[in-house]
Design a protein around this ligand. Structure first.
Ligand SMILES: O=C(O)c1ccc[n+]([C@@H]2O[C@H](COP(=O)([O-])O)[C@@H](O)[C@H]2O)c1
Ligand SMILES: Cc1cc2nc[nH]c2cc1C
Length: 344
């Protein structure tokens, strides 16, 4: 059993937690399926809104789905692999953007205000970059577990929805290395321009991703080894938060490439580990399309965004609210005296 007072100390503790994941609540699921045909609309006419209300209800364990208390948490971390020159921006932007989040000046601040979501920022040892994974493992086992445990503390029972967001210059290199290590293919399949690198930097970044996966291949036996070797602390924190959400029955909306790479770690260990997650949007970082396909997910929005910060996922929160409101509050054919369809 997960006890927030006794956080995991090492990656084997996380492996043990993953052996006992709660399943969707059958009673809530059946109640939603039973109510849906009575609502004053042709069956199926609300399309994916119907999937969303069912998904919220079955993970919340409540026949009346809710999305009124969503939380977005941005995890910020620093990456040693930036020493290889893989990003268009300097690593100093991490701390500057954290201040911007706190002062309310970033895109995610405006989106959270617009969609009425709580926003939190958590620095994951931001002042200490991880090791450069082109040379050695990014983290030690206990460091990686500590970052995951920190991420787990971001989620508590009773939240309606959780959105893990991130800020970490260099983290699309980590996301590409994680994806390549987990799903194979070529480094080119997974490496993109991130914040906007030029052609020669893209060639270098692709080489860094390919070489890192070769360097660590004998150490990477499961997803958590991949996270430790080529991940980063904010990615570990997101993976921890996604796991904690599952253990506490909080539905999760995933964001772009980096958020989905964190989720992919869990998926690789158990294919059902992301059943409580939706993918909010399709990032324009090209590897994201491959990744969501491997996760068996269909993003809700395709808005050509590649910001991170949880921004694409946060934009979907009004859709979740609309789905819950329709399911909970629509009149039924019986109460509204609307005629049902003719019998076939
Ligand atoms: O989420 C995405 O799909 C995404 C795609 C490209 C860039 N980002 C953001 O940009 C930063 C990483 O880009 P880079 O080029 O420094 O690896 C990091 O702070 C991410 O939040 C995020
Ligand atoms: C300015 C800036 C803002 C970001 N937000 C998420 N990643 C980012 C990367 C940069 C460079």
């Amino acid at each position: 059993m997960f006890d927030p007072k006794h956080p995991p100390q090492n990656l084997d503790d996380i492996r043990a937690l993953m052996a006992e994941l709660p399943k969707a609540d059958e009673t809530a699921r059946e109640a939603v399926i039973a109510r849906e045909p009575h609502l004053t609309k042709p069956e199926g006419s609300l399309g994916r809104l119907e999937e969303i209300s069912l998904w919220l209800a079955e993970w919340q364990g409540n026949p009346r789905p809710r999305a009124s208390r969503p939380r977005v948490t941005i995890f910020a971390g620093s990456h040693g692999v930036c020493d290889q020159g893989v990003s268009a921006f300097p690593a100093s932007v991490n701390q500057q953007m954290v201040e911007n989040f706190i002062n309310g000046g970033a895109a995610i601040n405006q989106i959270c205000k617009a969609v009425d979501a709580e926003l939190r920022v958590m620095e994951v040892a931001l002042e200490i970059p991880t090791n450069d994974f082109s040379r050695e493992a990014a983290m030690l086992d206990e460091d990686c577990a500590e970052a995951m445990a920190f991420g787990m503390s971001a989620v508590e029972t009773g939240l309606d929805v959780f959105v893990p967001g991130e800020m970490g210059i260099g983290n699309t290199t980590a996301a590409a290395a994680i994806s390549h290590a987990l799903f194979g293919g070529t480094p080119e399949d997974w490496t993109g321009r991130g914040t906007g690198i030029d052609d020669s930097t893209l060639a270098l970044k692709t080489r860094v991703v390919g070489d890192a996966v070769i360097l660590h291949r004998n150490q990477m036996r499961d997803g958590l080894d991949v996270l430790r070797c080529v991940g980063g602390r904010e990615i570990a924190a997101m993976a921890g938060a996604i796991l904690a959400a599952r253990l506490q029955r909080v539905p999760v909306v995933l964001d772009g490439y980096v958020s989905c790479a964190a989720a992919a770690i869990l998926h690789h260990i158990r294919h059902d580990a992301l059943d409580h997650c939706l993918v909010g949007h399709l990032s324009s970082e090209p590897g994201h399309r491959n990744l969501v396909e491997k996760l068996g997910k269909k993003p809700l929005l395709d808005f050509n965004m590649r910001l991170g910060e949880g921004s694409g996922a946060a934009l979907t929160l009004p859709l979740l609210r609309a789905a819950a409101a329709c399911h909970n509050d629509m009149a039924t054919f019986e109460t509204a005296h609307v005629s049902k369809r003719e019998e076939d």
